[in-house]
Write a protein that binds this ligand. Sequence first.
Ligand code: XMP
Length: 334
Amino acid sequence: MFWAGYDPATLHVERVSDTQGENVDYRQFARDQIAHIQKTVGAGKAVSALSGGVDSAVTTALAHEALGNRLKVFFIDDGLMRQDEPQTVRRAFAKLGIRVTVIDAAKTFFAALEGLTDPEEKRKVFRDTFYKVFGKAVRESGAQFLLQGTIAADIIETKKGVKTQHNVLDQIGISAKRGYGFTTIEPLKTLYKPDVRKVGQVLGLPKIMYTRMPFPGPGLSCRVLGEVTPERVEIVRQACRIVEEETGKFKRFQAFAVLLADRATGVTAAGRRAFGHIVAVRCVDSENAITATATRLTWPVFDRIQKRITKAIPSVTKVVYDLTPKPPSTIEYI
Ligand code: XMP
């Protein structure tokens, strides 16, 4: 079943498939999912896959409510995170009394992605590496279940073949149990992003955690066209931080930068030729990530973004703004 037509004022959603028209309270939804997690895990143990995004934060909070210290929370540092993300996430969850174990796996991910340029191949290799690393963590912790924050939009886009979202397995015939040795529990798989935020709110998560910008599972590898190397990721990490900061006063759904695979001619202040990187700036308004439109930023904001990016990253010779809505574009670049 899927959810649609939510009413933010009443914290209600309307269920539109098998039990059409029934109103469901987010608090009740949270209680039901907590009970479901308890029933599924039984006397066993579970692991939660925290990524720093809203979906995995809300999933972890539900699972913590359900299982207490029978839940172990892992954050895989894949080297593809935003600036300071592992520390930020660890600190935010420590305040909630939830201990997060960071697994340093950057080298493993960069080795797996080396030489790959095809978008779907990159996504599939990311997915496989992600679950292999998690499979090991699950086995070592003696758990049988992995809680993850898959939402309805992830499943729809993967099933339609638009792009392979890293966290969709069983729905497309990949058995997590046979392939990686654990069973997944996905409490949010019937929800869209606005609903997930409401569940985070009723669970009492700090506002910063349920209002955060979405961040894709494969991280900054979605924002590097061509080969994903530590150097190229660092360029996009710096540019993303600038775009996030400079667009902060707009009520946007997502804002980030992308490093294109091509290069463009430039000229240095000393009059020398350069042949440098091209950075695209993406900032979109959206309700649920299924459709999106480019945010109407202002000229001074554009100007500050280009000045800061070219100053901080001298190898960049062009900064462009992406005007394309979804469809025909998608939000991310791969
Ligand atoms: P697209 O690029 O398909 O993205 O318009 C829609 C939303 O999904 C996020 N996204 C992902 N989230 N795993 C995720 O958890 C993924 O593999 C993935 N790919 C894209 C994207 O950031 C946007 O919010």
